[in-house]
Structure formats: C-alpha cells, structure tokens
Design a protein. Sequence first.
Length: 279
Amino acid sequence: MKEIFDGIKTAVKDIAQALKYSDFGYTANQNATGDTQLKLDVLSDEIITKTLSKINLVKELVSEEKEKALKVSGDGEYIVAYDPLDGSSLVDVNFAVGSIFGIYKGSLNPANLVASVYSVYGPRTELVIAKDKVELFRLDKQGDFAFASELRLKEKGKLNATGGLQKGWDEKHKNLIKSLFDEGYRLRYSGAMVSDLHQILLKGGGLFSYPATSDAPKGKLRLSFEVLPFAFIYELAGGYAVDNEGKRLLEINLEKVHQTSPCYFGSKYEIDKVKACLA
Ligand code: AHG
Ligand code: MN
Ligand code: MN
C-alpha cells in the first residue's frame, strides 16, 4: 500500500502547483453528475490518472470526472476511487479545496475500503492518511510530507456545518440544525466538504451534514469517492458517519459508481442527536 500512498503524495504535490498557476476557467463539458467541469477538475484528474496508473498494485481507477471505472495495466487488487478536486467551485474565490481518495481491495464495496487519504490545498498543503490510525502530514520546504499529529475526535464538538438548499430541507433536518445552534454550536460551512470535515476533525468535533433535500432526495455527495472515504476516516478517528436513517454509511449498499447518499459525520454527541432527531 505504501506505493499507492507515495503515488498520491506525488499527485497531490503536482495539483498544489497547478492550483497556484494554472488557468481556473470552465471547460464546455459536464461530468457524470452534470456539473460543468473546470479546467482544473480535468487537469487534477489527469495528474492523478497519470500517476496512479503506473502503480502495479492498482487495477482500476474511479473518478468523479470519469463516467465509468477505468481499468489500468496493473495486476494488483486495489481500486482507487477519488475526487480529484473537491470544492472546485471555490477556486475562483481562493478558498481551501482538496482531493479525496478511497482505496478499496477487490471490489468497490464499503466493506472493502482499506484506507483513505485526503489533501487540503490551503495556505499550506496538508495530507491526511487513514489506515490503522488517522495521521496528519504537512508539506515542508524540502517538498516532503512531514508528520504533524495523530487526529482523534472528542466526544462532543462546537461546530455545525450543513449543506444543500435550506428551502429544500425537511422538518427533521431543520429541527436538528436549529437545536444545535440553540445549544451554542457555531456555523462553519465553506462549500468544500474536504475543508469543512478537516476543520471539524482538527478542532476535535462537531457535525458536518449534507441532508436529503426536496430537489435531491438522495443527497448530493457521492459515496465512492466523497462520503465513504470520510466515513472511514471519521470512524477511525473515534467518530461516527451515518445516513438520514441513522444507519452506518460504511454498511450502505453501493450499486453505482456515482451513487449519492444523505450523510452526517460527527462526534458521539452530535451523531446521537442526529439519530434522535431523524428517527
Ligand atoms: P465538487 O467540487 O467535487 O463537485 O464537490 C462539491 C461538494 C462538496 O464539497 C460540498 O460540501 C458541496 O458540494 C457543496 O454543495 P452546496 O453548495 O449544495 O452546499
Ligand atoms: Mn467533491
Ligand atoms: Mn470534485
């Protein structure tokens, strides 16, 4: 697996450079979800494809920016599913964005998720690798990812990040969000799940949610390369990740590459509350 992590590190460094100096306009194309692709979405996808397809352990790549899974020449057992650039609509306002990777062994199934990695391109480039524990690395002056700390969630946090159009929320989700604010939680939502979930993880806890809405009853966020990699990370860090019925996301039935699900990530206190409010 080290080879895969090393490949991801190389790709992440290249994407960090591309973000600094490349054209960030839109292309004329849409991806499988119907989002208009930015030139940087496509470039980030190409960087990752080029790097990971050289790794013999990898047999297949699944990307937000590719319609179908791509078979590569490696004869290993790993599938890497990735979001090349999460939060890319925020590139023009210079907010932190990132890349998300789920590493599956055998087939694309949540039970086969064996490791997750994500990067954050902010004032600094950071990398979080989750395998047996969740570890944070920061890119140093020499161009190496230096270990910074192990990440663990506390039992209860202070932050509340929630997405989707509020006019499309149902009563249960509205009540949940209001009751957290009534308890004193602070609103924190940038529009890049990678940065919002990273903030909650580093600050020790809180709730990130992307609910079912009237216009998107199955939510917006994609399981293979957004929701499941973070569910793996949150659980490994001592937190929880559930859908809008309170069921563990890591037990969901994944049938399609671009399948979405409503999702709730947080520490114990907040997820107990999600379960009580959404029941
Ligand atoms: P992407 O840039 O990869 O398409 O993902 C954007 C996602 C996610 O990062 C974010 O939390 C969510 O879309 C924001 O959506 P809303 O503006 O509907 O809240
Ligand atoms: Mn995304
Ligand atoms: Mn993306």
